[in-house]
Design a protein around this ligand. Structure first.
Ligand code: TRH
Length: 410
């Protein structure tokens, strides 16, 4: 896929970033990459937003630069420290250097901070605000835990739990200031859409073609879903970014080595394999499609900002606890829907996550697409009122151990 030059666009931007000024708030974000791209995806997005929208001097400590390089290709995975898109990116090694802790310390997803760093935090006269940014969940218990303090057992430090979420009793979701305006501009501008399709080597698909993006983990239900699309009455174009589900997509068409650029077809189904693109470009794919299959955490949130019907493959956990998380979200998301629409979403999402019967559930889902479109737009507008980065900065000021700094609410 052609690069659209985000790096250049970023470099040309008027620097909102006050990171060089002595007044800039300093923030360290710690990211331990467990697997996939969700941990670094969330941290990288938050880091960019704090730096570029709020003028915060952000240092992102990450233990796997290769993962970051997938999301931000100008990252040099051989460097200990570098600046990318307004963020100081540092390799988090086991032997952690002696550094002065920042005023705001974000430990992502309960990764364990280096002991020396914790001691250095405790030694500061003005203790940093220490926040554990948690995983996203729609479960009710989150309301009671968001913002809770956890005093350190042996040091004069308190860590606070900060939960992203979908209601006003949570920390909200990551949303860049201009995202929804950029989305609307894209969706109302044929030239931008044409540029997107050209960038993946295609013309704008014919009217009436259902465009679907498919980002997911391995899923035994894929063949049944492909059958439903291939045998359906409507033309379907399915765009599959390179990743864990791709081998199965290739297998369906008898190709043991599917890769970016390849195309397949059967009946009414056309499949196109796309390269994994840098994080800022992934949104365009979601905006350009009519229905989006997403996974994990961050792509699921992006699908919600795209305001299109979507199907979420949740990150699988032991003892199927993820299915409770899935159901909690479904109940919240489906609440305003009519019974047929709610039943269709419930049916397809459960089938996709249980890896069984997604093809059978597809016709009911696609039949209520108009209502789902309207719901998705309303849902995105409602969620946009609860912005995680702003909430996080407000939270820091509220707990009152930090000097005053300006929060830009534009
Ligand atoms: O990669 P994931 O499966 O991440 C998961 C989840 O976050 C899960 O909660 C966590 O526990 C686990 O990782 C360790 O899915 P997620 O969260 O959607 O992250 C994918 C990121 O990749 C997201 O930031 C979007 C980005 N992306 C691109 O930048 N380019 C692309 O082409 C695509 C398809 C995705």
């Amino acid at each position: 896929m052609r690069r659209l030059g985000y790096a250049r666009r970023w470099a040309a931007m008027k620097p909102l970033n006050q990171a060089d000024s002595p007044a800039a708030l300093r923030c360290d974000i710690f990211c331990n990459v467990v697997d996939n791209y969700g941990d670094i995806g969330v941290c990288w997005r938050l880091a960019r937003q704090l730096a570029n929208e709020q003028g915060v001097a952000v240092r992102l400590w990450v233990d796997d630069l290769n993962s970051l390089a997938k999301l931000c290709p100008e990252t040099d995975a051989t460097l200990e420290s570098q600046h990318c898109r307004g963020v100081e990116v540092c390799l988090w090694r086991k032997e952690f250097p002696e550094v002065q802790p920042a005023e705001l310390v974000i430990e992502a997803f309960a990764c364990k901070l280096p002991q020396g760093y914790i001691e250095a935090m405790a030694a500061q006269e003005q203790k940093p605000v220490w926040v554990n940014l948690e995983y996203l969940s729609a479960e009710d218990w989150v309301h009671g835990c968001h913002g809770l303090p956890s005093p350190h057992p042996g040091l004069p430090l308190t860590k606070y739990f900060f939960f992203p979420g979908f209601t006003s009793q949570t920390g909200g979701l990551l949303l860049e200031r201009d995202l929804l305006a950029r989305r609307d501009a894209f969706q109302n501008d044929a030239a931008q859409q044409r540029a997107f399709w050209h960038s993946i080597g295609m013309e704008i698909p014919k009217a009436g073609t259902l465009k679907i993006s498919l980002f997911g983990y391995e899923n035994a239900a894929l063949a049944g879903l492909f059958d439903a699309w291939a045998n359906g009455t409507q033309a379907v174009l399915c765009l599959v970014p390179e990743g864990r589900i791709l081998p199965q997509a290739g297998q369906y068409f008898g190709d043991a080595a599917p890769c970016a650029g390849k195309a397949y077809s059967r009946g009414n189904l056309q499949v196109r394999v796309l390269p994994f693109v840098e994080q800022e470009r992934y949104d365009e794919l979601l905006w350009a499609c009519d229905v989006n299959f997403v996974r994990g955490e961050d792509s699921c949130v992006r699908a919600q900002w795209a305001a299109k019907p979507f199907i979420w493959q949740i990150y699988p956990q032991h003892d199927a606890v993820h299915l409770n998380k899935l159901q909690a979200f479904l109940e919240l998301y489906n609440a305003p829907l009519s019974p047929p629409a709610s039943g269709a979403v419930q049916g397809l999402w459960q089938a996709w996550n249980r890896e069984n019967g997604a093809g059978q559930m597809w016709p009911a889902f696609v039949a209520v697409r108009g209502g789902l479109d309207r719901h998705a737009q309303h849902w995105a507008r409602q969620l946009a009122e609860n912005n995680l980065a702003l909430n996080l900065l407000d939270f820091c000021q509220k707990i009152g151990r930090m000097r005053a700094f300006k929060i830009d609410r534009q």
